[in-house]
Each structure stands twice: as structure tokens, then as C-alpha cells.
Design a binder for this molecule. Sequence first.
Ligand code: SF4
Ligand SMILES: [Zn+2]
Length: 348
Amino acid sequence: MLIEKVIDYYVELGKKPPGNPFRLSNSGRCARALAYQRFPTAFKAEPLPARVLMVLEEGKRVDKWLKEEFRKHCTKEWGWEEKEFHIEVDGVKIYGHADGVPTLEKYGPTVAELKSMSNFGFRNALQGKTDYSYRCQLNSYVVGGGLTNALWVCYRKETSHLLELFCSKKIAKVETRILTPSGGWLQYTPETPIEDEEWQRAEVAHPFDPNLHQEVIERFQQVIRSTPTKLPEREYGPKLICEKCEGKGFYLTEKRQIKKACTACNETGKVLEPRLEFPCSHCRFKQYCWPQAKLKYEGKKPLWFVPREVVEDTPVVHIHENLNPQDLGDLSPSPIPINDQPDDVELF
Ligand code: SF4
Ligand SMILES: [Zn+2]
């Protein structure tokens, strides 16, 4: 029939190597993956699945549509579309791209980017727990754009909710707000959930974080200084400690604090079969990074298991676990059910 020709096109496209790693959109990605990407002759990237490319294509369409809406309805604020800007690290120019540079009433000119998100990324952002890689990017856009602010207009694909994720030197702490049906703003917390049907619009503000920017600079420096035989350390790796019981072998129930044996780890506190998780599980270079990983199917789900001794002997730096100092503190789990499908799949 028809669709096989379209799919074939994307399958072919997915075979292309990933290209220049020195992009500001890569600010928060694993340094080692970026280094592999830098040397395409030495490291051949796995093909990108056609469906991932189609998701990206859909994202581009949403961008285009939202831009049209801004042109029509925000004539005073919206402008400077498709602006390129850069930061410089060790003499290498690292470019970023803004969908527009609107002038916001309260904050002035702002680098703006439109992002399609799935439930997973969107919910995290809504709770002020924006993913590390997104925070790095937003933060770098503030510097690269040479302005005080950067804004992401996030569109939740499943439900058409809209969220403005804002990062600014003029913001002191993370703030998350939802516009309620009565027109008032509600401070969003997991304890005061609000049904999807009851809201349309939210705002999340993050302070600019100079430490995070320093991490980004150091990450790009490592990639610049790498060679095919001298690669940066891995930033991710399989977990060894059971997350459910935090390594204790038991946990306390939430309400009555009753001690329960952890069945996830057979009370050992350890992950019995360590496996690659996101982003390693989606990384196009995992065969170089974790050559001992063995593919097994759990039901229909492909999983890569890595022998425990290999994980124990492989150094991993967990930079992404550093929290924003102004983070919201100890947030309980999301009141909204989450699916564990990561959002925009990393493109390396
Ligand atoms: S497999 Fe994981 S650690 Fe290795 S390069 Fe990819 S993301 Fe980084
Ligand atoms: Zn456990």
C-alpha cells in the first residue's frame, strides 16, 4: 500500500551519522556520547529508528504551527524568528538556534524555543523537576543569546496543555504555577493536584544557574580535548542499588510506616541484573560504551543487561544528579500517573 514507502524513507534517513556534536542543544548530553559522535570514522552510530525520526518531524510541525499562532496573536511581542547564536569554548563556536526572540512585557527580549513534550517530560517540568539535559540547554540559551532570559513554550502532545518554562537571571527560585479555571494562579504542588480537564496553561520559572553553565563548559571542553582513544568518562550507567528500598532490603509503607521486605531485590538491596536505562538504552553508541551488554526481551521489551562485575569496575560520573540549588526540595511522587517512556529521545 502506501506507508511502507514513507517508512522506508525514514529508515534510510536514520542511517545517517548524527553530525556535529558542538551544538547548544547538546549542552546536557553525555560527554562521552558527544565524543563518540565527534569521531564518526572510529565509532559508527546505530541507526535511528524511523519512529523516532517521525516523532521529531511531528515536533517540527508543532513548532511551525505555534510560530504562526504567535505571529498572529502576539504581534507586539513576537519577532526575530530563527535566530542563531553561540557560545565559545576553547576557541570552538557552539551554536544554538532560537525559534524567536520575543520581547516579554516584564522581562524584555528573551530567546524562545518551542518544544513538543510527551507526558513524561511535561509532568516533570510542571513539578519544577525539569530534566537535567533540558535545564542545561535553557541555561546555555540565556548565555548564548546574550540576554537575561530564555523561554521554552512546551506543548504536551497527548493533551495540548501549554506550559511556559522560563529561565532568567532575574528569578530567585523555582516557581511552578497553574492557571485555574476561575482565572487565579495556583501554586502547583503534588499535594494539591489539579485534574487535566481543569487547566490549560502553566508557568514554571527557573533561576539562571552559573554552576550549571560551568558544567556545560567543562562538558564541551572534555569533548574538544578527547581523542578516539581518550574519551570522557561515562555520565550514565546501570544502577547497582535497588531504588525501591534504597539498598536497605526493606522499606516502610507510606501511611502507616510498616516495615516491608523488598521483593524487587529479594531483600538484597542490590539490583540483581543491572541493565542499561535511559539515556544509555537509547544511545546510538552503547555497543562501544557497554560492549558486554546482552540484549534480552522481557515480554516484547528489549533490555540490555550488563554483568554486575563490569558495572562495578566501570567508572561513571553522575553529574546529572546534581540538583538545582534552588530546587523545590523533597517532592513526593507525582500524583498524576506517569509512563516511563522518556520524552524526546536523545539523538546520539
Ligand atoms: S551509553 Fe550511556 S554512558 Fe555511554 S556514551 Fe551513551 S549515554 Fe553515555
Ligand atoms: Zn530493594
